[in-house]
Design a protein around this ligand. Sequence first.
Ligand code: AMP
Length: 117
Amino acid sequence: MDNDCLFCRIVAGEIPATVVHETDTTLAFRDIDPKAPVHVLVIPKEHHADVVTLAQNDPTGSADLLAACAAVAEAEGLIMEGFRLLFNTGGYAGQEVFHVHAHVLGGEPLGPMLARR
Ligand code: AMP
């Protein structure tokens, strides 16, 4: 655990979150500032800064994370109509929290993948 990491502190129970799914290795909770009717963050419990370091260092954890995202999408009723799975990674993507997290977004048509320039 990284004591300076917000999401490690959520995993540790030090900061409250609305948890919607949990496994031995993953935690999923609602985004505090939702950008869609369903906006869930799915994280590995172990600290990795971003999806690149997770993929490079923990293939099993990577698979666990993807499986948890699918389970959340199913539990939230998103499979039929579709949803978006997003990993902001680094500065150009505007990553704010450096504990890898997948955004699971859905519940209405989400529009184009990126805002027009
Ligand atoms: P990103 O820009 O991909 O790093 O996204 C970070 C996300 O974390 C944003 O969508 C925030 O709204 C969300 N967030 C920040 N603090 C919390 C929190 N305490 N609980 C739930 N979501 C949070």
